[in-house]
Write a protein of this length. Structure first.
Length: 120
């Protein structure tokens, strides 16, 4: 595991951050949370995340161009217009309600192979 990788949660519930920190922080990943409407967009930050987790139902950010801002960053989109869970390349959509092991597996699949985390 390479330490210092960053998971950025955009507009998700704080419970998502708490669970991801509990599971991923001991494995070397940093988990941050931002509220898109009150904080700067991730593209304006100096430290680009390694993966984005975006709550599409709570975030106008997701529908208003998150993919354009971070087009090279893998993304897990929670909910939104497409209610079916599916994965395509560097993006995974999880329908709501989702299970946390499902979210951890999606993050694991999208992180670079050299630093993927294992779900226990």
């Amino acid at each position: 595991m390479i330490h210092g990788q960053r998971v950025l949660i955009v507009d998700g519930m704080h419970e998502i951050q708490e669970v991801l920190e509990t599971v991923l922080a001991p494995r070397g990943l940093r988990v941050d949370w931002v509220r898109s409407q009150v904080q700067t967009l991730p593209g304006e930050r100096a430290d680009q995340p390694d993966i984005l987790v975006i709550d599409a139902e709570a975030s106008p950010f997701a529908s208003a161009g998150a993919n354009r801002v971070w087009n090279n960053v893998p993304q897990v989109i929670l909910g939104g217009e497409d209610r079916e869970s599916h994965s395509s390349g560097r993006h995974t959509h999880l329908s709501k309600p989702f299970q946390f092991p499902e979210l951890i597996r999606a993050i694991e699949r999208l992180l670079p192979k050299r630093s993927a985390v294992a779900v226990e």
